[in-house]
Write a protein that binds this ligand. Sequence first.
Ligand SMILES: [Zn+2]
Length: 409
Amino acid sequence: MEDVLCPGAERGSESVFDPGSLADPSKRRFLHAAGMLMAGLLVPRAGAAQSTRNAAGSGHKVVVVVIGGVRRDETFSPEGLVNIPHLSADLLPRSLLYLHARNEGVTAHFNAISSILTGNWQRVDDWGKLAPTTPTLFEQFRKGLGVDRSDTWVVASNKALTSLIGASSDTNYGPAYGANVVFPKQLMLTAVVDALRNGRSANMADRSKVEAELESAMAGSNYEGLGWNVFDASDQLDPRVRATIQNAIAEFVRSGGPTSGDELTFFMTREIMRKFAPQVLTVAFSDVEAAHFGSYSLHMSGIKTADRLIYQLWQEIEANPDYKGQTTMVVLPEFGRDPDGSSTNGFFNHRANTESTRDTWMMALGAGVDKPQTIERPIRHIDICPTMASLLGCPLLDAQGRKIAEIRG
Ligand SMILES: [Zn+2]
């Protein structure tokens, strides 16, 4: 096995630590200040932007949710069920649960998600500096059926992803057929930076205080310590998308509820579903990756957050007329984590070539599921892309993965 390290795990904890914890006072202050600033940035909500186009292909919609690395021990095991009450009690009775969904490739984030999205085991740069080498589900869908970019989205909290997750380097496909890729945390910071640069908070009584707070957060090392990066991905978005995102961020910050990277990702995902109703949606949660920092309690809190947000996402699918009755959602970890007592610090990492790291589970629910049941037969992560492509009515490409028999459109 070649390099299977989580890149973040090798470069010090700051680079991946993103607990989303309100216990961190610098983060709490930052969010408070950002919220006050964003309140002054609110733009009139774009009018009804709801798509009126017809769905392509089969009309089926697919939502693929990945949640970083979690072990069976903390999830679908007798001791773990208490951590996932929504998955195990609310969703399981209507789901297909594959007890063994295997990652047999590189157990690092970018490669794991690339393999899920392409149907082939990918071995590209762990930090997402190179695109997957074979077409993603988004490209297969868009090129195969002539679909617009606004119908394919990736919304991610995961710092190990880059916008290259949205399209492959295959010259017959590539970025022209790729997905919109959005990192809500980065966009939020970009918005704050823009606001400071442009002085757009003039209507705020305590503007100077807020700006000073934000500037010290951004200038000091503690802004990187928040685990957030700024880059200009938002410049690639069209104005309508940008307005949607601004609104979602402002609503999120002003809501004053629990705050973490995954909460923001969920808010953004829901807004995108309501505005654009994409047919193919991938959501990458990653609060559980606080494990790299060595905090078991933050890792556990990440699992509980993911459990709740996945349930809320399903509730949105059930409540949203563009999704209800015509959507299949699959949920899976990217991999497990290393076993306790291992030489790699156990739950901290996901680099050991062991069952604890490779053998995870997958839950499927919705229109593609005829009969809820638990399946013991192992499936592989690369089987997900051809299964989703088939649900969408895409012409199937040659791939290492195979359609999963029980999931049908
Ligand atoms: Zn990781």
